[in-house]
Design a protein around this ligand. Structure first.
Ligand SMILES: Cc1ncc(COP(=O)(O)O)c(C=O)c1O
Length: 340
């Protein structure tokens, strides 16, 4: 049996920085102590990297912890949420859990067009979630489009810009969301440690918002929710920017390699700005063929039907060796890189 290679959840194929492992080991004999209640040291570090003040930072048990708090605390029972169809599933799942009405704006050929949100906007709308890059399609909204959109949204509606994959973006038109927050205090930015920083299992994420919103959400966080091991690991992850950049560089090369290989072989695949590729099919049969061919060789990719998103698969970008195996399994001739 081939070794199982899990490409289902957009984790960092290269793991995490050795500094993170060391930080965890260094902390092992102190886990009997409660963690820092406020986590100010971590917040200051996050604030420095993002060029904001620590009072703008909020922490969560993963960025889903903050999504949960936003839906639970900022949206009243009779108020509404808008996001895009084919976006991060947690927006819909958590809205349903808390019995908040959510609308799903359509995509235009798998891209998020902000104009498609307006027909769903009404006096009950309280929060709009925009994943940028979008998961699972990997498409991005550019700075000017996002700015124009936020300008036209009433100021009492929170626009949540979820940038879980920010570091992987290479498109120069990608928004400077911190600048948007400076202009529009109703913006909430979500970022995290689960993707390029490689500590998804430790469940820690952060958001950047106006001081008022960040303070409110921080004050409502479960006491001691941010455990000490995760906090030390997150700080170590931020300290190793070289590791992060190396992972981004490899991802950029391998994302292009896999995209071109699949595209040239006639598969429907969307150019991605994240660490994953979105493939779509005309029939369930064609999708299952690809899914199964990879699965029997131990390569697990995400069948998006599990999220109610039919006829599509999402593949987290692996390294060259696994990419070549994927292309080989799918009958794609191996490409010779230009520099080889
Ligand atoms: C767009 C998006 N936002 C948030 C998350 C959740 O990240 P975390 O592990 O920080 O909760 C994910 C995870 O896949 C995601 O794709």
């Amino acid at each position: 049996m081939d070794k199982i290679i899990k490409l289902t959840a957009n984790e960092n194929f290269y793991g995490c920085s050795p500094l993170v492992n060391q930080a965890i080991l260094n902390h092992l004999d102190k886990v009997y102590l409660y963690p820092d209640y406020q986590q100010n040291t971590l917040k200051i570090k996050i604030a420095e990297i993002n060029k904001v003040s620590a009072s703008n930072i909020m922490l969560g048990v993963g960025s889903v912890g903050i999504i949960d708090a936003i839906i639970r605390l900022l949206v009243a029972t009779d108020e509404e949420i808008i996001t895009f169809e084919r976006s991060f599933v947690a927006y819909g799942q958590l809205s349903e859990r808390y019995q908040k009405k959510i609308h799903f704006a359509p995509l235009d050929h798998f891209a998020c067009q902000t104009e498609n949100i307006f027909p769903f906007l009404n006096e009950k709308t309280r929060v709009i979630f925009i994943a940028n890059p979008n998961n699972p399609t990997g498409t991005v909204i550019d700075h000017q489009s996002l700015k124009n959109f936020i300008r036209n949204v009433p100021k009492d509606i929170y626009v949540v810009i979820d940038e879980a994959y920010l570091e992987y973006v290479t498109d120069p038109s990608f928004p400077d969301s911190v600048q948007l927050l400076e202009q529009f205090p109703n913006v909430i930015i979500l970022r995290g440690f689960s993707k390029v920083y490689g500590i998804a299992g430790l469940r820690i994420g952060y958001g950047i918002a106006s001081e008022k919103t960040a303070t409110f959400l921080e004050n409502h966080r479960l006491p001691y929710a941010i455990n000490s091991v995760s906090a030390f690991a997150a700080m170590a992850a931020l300290d190793d920017q070289d590791f992060m950049k190396t992972c981004v560089q490899k991802n950029t090369i391998e994302r292009e390699y896999l995209y071109k290989g699949l595209k040239n072989a006639g598969y429907n695949v969307i150019p991605s700005q994240g660490n994953y590729l979105f493939m779509y099919f005309d029939t369930e049969y064609e999708k299952e063929q690809v899914h199964q061919k990879l699965a029997v060789k131990g390569i697990m990719v995400c069948n998006l039907a599990v999220f109610g998103q039919d006829l599509s698969l999402r593949i987290a970008i692996p390294d060259r060796e696994v990419n070549e195996r994927i292309l080989d399994i799918l009958g794609v001739p191996v490409q010779v890189a230009e520099d080889e």
